[in-house]
Ligand binder design. Sequence first.
Ligand code: F0G
Length: 365
Amino acid sequence: MSWNGVIDAYRPYLPIGPHAPIVTLNEGNTPLIFSPKLSEMVGVEASVYIKNEGLNPTGSFKDRGMTMAISKAVESGAKAVICASTGNTSASAAAYAARAGLACFVLLPKGKIARGKLAQALMCGAQVIALRGNFDDALRLVREIGQEYPVAIVNSTNPDRLEGQKTASFEVIDSLGESPDFHFLPIGNAGNITAYWKGYREWKEAGRCKRLPRMMGFQAAGAAPIYLDQIVKTPDTIATAIRIGNPASWRQAAMAVSQSNGCIDIVTDEEILAAQKWLAMNEGIFVEPASAASVAGLFKCMGKEACAKCPLATELRSSLLSKTVTIVCTVTGHGMKDPDVVALHQLKSSITWPTKDRIVKLMGF
Ligand code: F0G
């Protein structure tokens, strides 16, 4: 059966009428990949899966929400859209706006956007405005401009975005036949964890599963306002996608975590890079740094560094995990978006003359 995007797949569960024009790039239906190595590392009857959202049309989970936001913008007669972004939202907005024939304006923190994402936004015809400020400044200005001028805001402050993004939970449950016990996610502007929790609850209400997962959210240590319970004025992390000091869905994310008996914790840039490398080297899944925060979080919960309140660590320590446990880690964006970060891993090609002798010597034969 052909896949025609998340609105086509889940229309009765989305706030969109039967005659609304649909703008889609056939997003969603991303693979839920079993990781035997991570499962073994958890060390019990565990099944760990990676939900690879980097395989969406523009290489991130944003496309699920953008198909909704842009379709609704077209339905309402909008001619232009605007967003603030750390990169992926701008790439997605630009692509869907191009397809819909809408003008697209994106406000980005200058010098803090991964090269691939900037290329995507420019190539799809967005007007890119680089601010001498951070994401939080950009979002504040987008909200002001959206109120005064005829442009539709397509950040996750737009509820249609979260409606689209909740479909990732539907897919996880449809694949597993039940919710996982734990769901690990990176947190930036906090929209995605909010959307996943909404999706899980709705699919339970619809009778598609019997239980709900614990939501485990991870912020970068240098950009951890929810964890610290205070605005971070100058957020900083190698994971530029989640370099955010005042998340728009702060309250909803905190609620998702407390309602699900989950946890919000931090991972350092070193832990993020180590998880990024581990995933690529061991599973062949190349993700951008922010995405690796979920897997870094899982490693942290398994290790000695786990925070005192960590529900997975508690279960591991007290051997409650003699039962089977299912864990899903969402990886949110593709590694090719941020090629510059690869230099930090000090991986290099070998260079030689084109002779067989030299090549086989390099190969170690
Ligand atoms: N991972 C990636 C790759 C992201 O691009 C983002 C957010 C997140 C995780 C965090 O998700 O904001 O819903 O908590 N990127 C936004 C952007 C802010 O502008 O592209 P969140």
